[in-house]
Design a protein around this ligand. Structure first.
Ligand code: SF4
Length: 375
């Protein structure tokens, strides 16, 4: 599903260029706590992670990393966090390094950013590692923030574009870029803008600090749905606040979002998805209050089959919490309450119907829309 970016190699794993979107996550442990880190690596591997990230802050973490490396064959990414100088020591034990352009200025303030990045690139090239240039809205490089008037989203895109060019200027192309924020809308805007500028660079998608399920999943899904349907995103990470032993959920949710997108199950209305009739229904979650929702989604699909050549989007959403807002962009929307279904045309509410008489009302609106399109 990925767009035609170039392909990068994290050892045996290929990312970008139309390869399946790689799903990754990060251990929520201090790497010096080897037992805990190994346990999370196991949980993530068991859930099917393609890549596992761990954080390194100091020499004790480095010792932990060496032990972890001995005990797993998983592909490991190290997050250099605020201590980019550890890159040389960690390189023999990992497959990819992530640097944050917003943290390079802390150490060695007398060295230029260009020299620091050149040093990191040399290490990556020597050890056959991939790089992620990971730009975060919460830690934008100060010079970019200043230049773009503290307009975070713009500064994130400019920093990602500048660092991509910088890394390439040293003859290195084995990198991905991430542009993250905790606001899904900003994630969408930043990634779209970066892709307009650099359609060739593979992208790592993520929404930071998404929070606990189900809200954290919903926020992440909204961003991923809008971007992946446009072919943006080559690897992804779902970031959730979950209990230690549930760590694998981040991977499972990532894979579920990908399979739902492939099957047309959405919680937001994607732009320009599908050529003709586009029926989307939410994947459902604990907020569903009437189990007839699933049956209704199937009936809507069957009833509207006659209109498959028409460019119309019908959205069927499972609850009254997010359903009203998430149907706004559909030509016709249905959101399901405990005993009634609300029918909408774009943002306009047309009425409430019982589950057993919503279909004729929807069919009437669909006929009307088709006649209107024919004029
Ligand atoms: S629309 Fe409601 S029921 Fe459906 S996935 Fe979103 S929150 Fe859950």
């Amino acid at each position: 599903m990925g767009k035609a970016t170039r392909v990068i190699n994290v050892k045996r794993l290929k990312i970008g260029g139309g390869n399946p979107i790689a799903v990754q996550s990060m251990c929520a442990t201090r790497t010096q706590d080897v037992q805990a880190t190994i346990r999370q690596v196991e949980l993530l591997e068991a859930a099917g992670a393609d890549l596992i990230r761990i954080a390194i802050d100091n020499k004790k973490d480095l010792e932990g990393l060496k032990e972890v490396r001995k005990r797993t064959k998983a592909l490991l990414v190290v997050d250099l966090q605020e201590n980019y100088l550890l890159a040389e020591d960690v390189a023999p034990y990992v497959d990819k390094i992530r640097y944050n352009p917003g943290h390079l200025h802390h150490l060695n303030p007398n060295l230029s950013i260009e020299d620091k990045v050149k040093w990191l690139v040399n290490i990556a090239a020597t050890h056959d590692l991939a790089i992620r240039i990971g730009v975060n809205c919460g830690s934008v490089p100060p010079d970019f923030l200043e230049k773009y008037g503290h307009e975070h989203a713009r500064a994130v895109v400019e920093a990602a574009t500048w660092h991509s060019r910088l890394v390439e200027s040293f003859g290195f192309k084995n990198f991905v870029v991430s542009l993250k924020d905790s606001d899904p809308q900003k994630v969408i805007e930043a990634n779209e803008e970066f892709t307009r500028r650099r359609p060739d660079v593979p992208i790592h998608l993520g929404v930071t600090e998404a929070g606990m399920p189900p809200d954290g999943i919903i926020k992440t899904r909204i961003a991923f749905e809008q971007l992946i349907t446009k072919g943006i995103g080559d690897t992804l990470r779902v970031s959730l606040t979950v209990p230690f032993e549930n760590k694998g959920e981040e991977i499972k949710v990532g894979r579920k979002i990908l399979s739902d997108i492939a099957a047309g199950r959405f919680i937001s209305v994607p732009e320009n998805f599908g050529k003709g009739l586009n029926i989307i229904s939410c994947p459902s979650c604990s907020r569903v209050e009437n189990n007839d929702f699933v049956k209704l989604a199937e009936e809507v699909k069957a009833m509207s089959e006659f209109a498959r050549e028409h460019k119309i989007t019908i959205a069927v959403m499972g609850c009254r919490v997010n359903g009203p807002g998430e149907t706004d962009d559909a030509d016709l929307g249905l959101w399901c309450g405990p005993s009634t279904v609300t029918l909408k045309r774009k943002t306009e509410t047309l009425g409430q119907f019982r589950y057993d008489n919503i279909l004729p009302a929807l069919k009437g609106e669909l006929d009307h829309l088709i006649q209107f399109q024919a004029r």
